[in-house]
Unconditional design. Structure first.
Length: 309
């Protein structure tokens, strides 16, 4: 519950991004190289002349530790890091959440159909899942991103532009389908041999109705446990793709793109990269801890094993 509270606090902070930007009167997506702010009654340039080496170039303003006034300083384009952090977190949460829903829908559907109908249907779906399973996650995600990032996706009437946030959602959702479908298939194979399923079949109940009314409710617990764990994995994958410039595209920003922006400032303004990195670490850890606790709470067999140990 403590980890859930931490994650909800992060979500609440990210949702408040538009209100924070309006209150601070900053545009987190526009370069402000000539901006000037007031600190203790004195005008301070957001981009300070460099004092290192030959004194060429500029160094972004460091943290002021004042909310609404470049709390975490500025990045290399003079943008408010705190405002970008909140907006980037909002986009990261939206993508990871949408990708989780997409993965659960595809994975659950594939697992239910393969496990219940069996035969050639199970063989075809299982071999397709095995092909996806054979590829390393990040290699497959990077490959799909590179293929689609330039031209987008066009399938009949469905067209997704290259800069759309739906691209990382679809790519991340696809690569994790086997990790959901295979456990669901195993559970369905076990449930298919249950007496209540045999009774429904003997009564002439259609297969789709058995799946919807009898089998699906019995795997709901597993799906609930999958939500926080898959969301944590999806957040890490999205951040990795965005860091490599093949995820979220400008002018949008996510925690991964902000880390990339701050890579060149690690020695002068490390918070530009460290702040989103810390946000990712805390969010993923909170989701994993909550997922583990949720699994222990919803799976009675885990408590029995723990008691025996």
């Amino acid at each position: 519950m403590a980890s859930l509270a931490v994650f909800l606090l992060i979500v609440l902070a990210c949702v408040s991004a538009p209100f924070y930007a309006h209150w601070a009167q900053v545009d987190p997506f526009a370069s402000t190289l000539d901006a000037v702010i007031q600190i203790d009654g004195a005008d301070v340039a957001v981009m300070e002349p460099s004092t290192e080496g030959l004194g060429l170039g500029y160094t972004p303003l460091g943290p002021t530790w004042r909310l609404g006034n470049y709390f975490l300083g500025a990045d290399s384009q003079g943008r408010d890091v705190m405002a970008r952090m909140l907006y980037g977190g909002l986009i990261s949460l939206l993508i990871s959440g949408a990708a989780t829903i997409f993965t659960l829908i595809l994975g659950t559907s594939a697992g239910l159909i393969a496990g219940y109908f069996g035969g050639i249907t199970d063989t075809v779906l299982s071999r397709f899942l095995d092909v996806l399973w054979a590829f390393p996650i990040y290699l497959l995600a990077i490959s799909l991103s590179i293929v689609t990032i330039a031209q987008g996706i066009s399938i009949g009437p469905i067209e997704i532009e290259s800069g759309s946030l739906w691209l990382p959602v679809i790519i991340i959702g696809i690569v994790y389908v086997p990790y959901v479908a295979r456990p669901i298939r195993g559970q369905v194979l076990s449930l298919r041999r249950s007496e209540f399923v045999h009774a429904a079949v003997n009564l002439g109940v259609p297969g789709w109705r058995i799946l919807w009314r009898d089998i699906l409710p019995n795997i709901t617990t597993t799906l609930i446990v999958f939500v926080p764990l898959m969301m944590a994995l999806n957040m890490l994958t999205e951040s990795a793709l965005s860091f490599l410039s093949i995820g979220v595209q400008p002018p949008a920003a996510s925690w991964g793109t902000i880390i990339q922006d701050g890579q060149a400032l690690l020695y002068t303004r490390p918070l530009v990269a460290l702040a989103p990195g810390l946000a990712i670490a805390v969010s993923v850890m909170a989701l994993n801890v909550f997922g583990d606790g949720l699994r222990d709470a919803l799976d009675p067999r885990s408590k029995v094993r723990l008691g025996r140990d």
